[in-house]
Design a protein around this ligand. Structure first.
Ligand SMILES: [Zn+2]
Length: 100
């Protein structure tokens, strides 16, 4: 009889342990997820920009820079690009000019 009770207690304890572990895991996952979202929203974003969408204002071919402008609050940001990215921006920019 005592052995059965002991086994039952062990079973309950391991069951509770497993549940706790799962909850711990979910909590950890949520933590990491929210940390990542935080990072994506705050730190990975180019500093000093607002949360509105930006449009290409100018392209400086000489410096390989793009000037982005927020139409809503008129914030302007110059960003230096690598060759390949700059080419992509040029393509987009040309298309945009055509459509104006
Ligand atoms: Zn803005």
């Amino acid at each position: 009889m005592f052995k059965i009770i002991l086994e039952l207690i062990i079973f309950i304890l391991s069951f509770v342990g497993t549940i706790t572990l799962i909850f711990e895991f979910i909590k950890e996952y949520e933590d990491i997820k929210s940390k990542f979202l935080d990072w994506r929203d705050r730190e990975c974003k180019i500093k000093c920009l607002c949360n509105h969408s930006y449009s290409i204002n100018y392209l400086w071919y000489r410096d390989k820079e793009v000037c982005l402008k927020c139409p809503k609050c008129n914030k302007v940001k110059r960003i230096q690009l690598d060759d390949k990215t700059f080419e992509t921006f040029c393509e987009v920019w040309k298309e945009e000019c055509k459509n104006r």
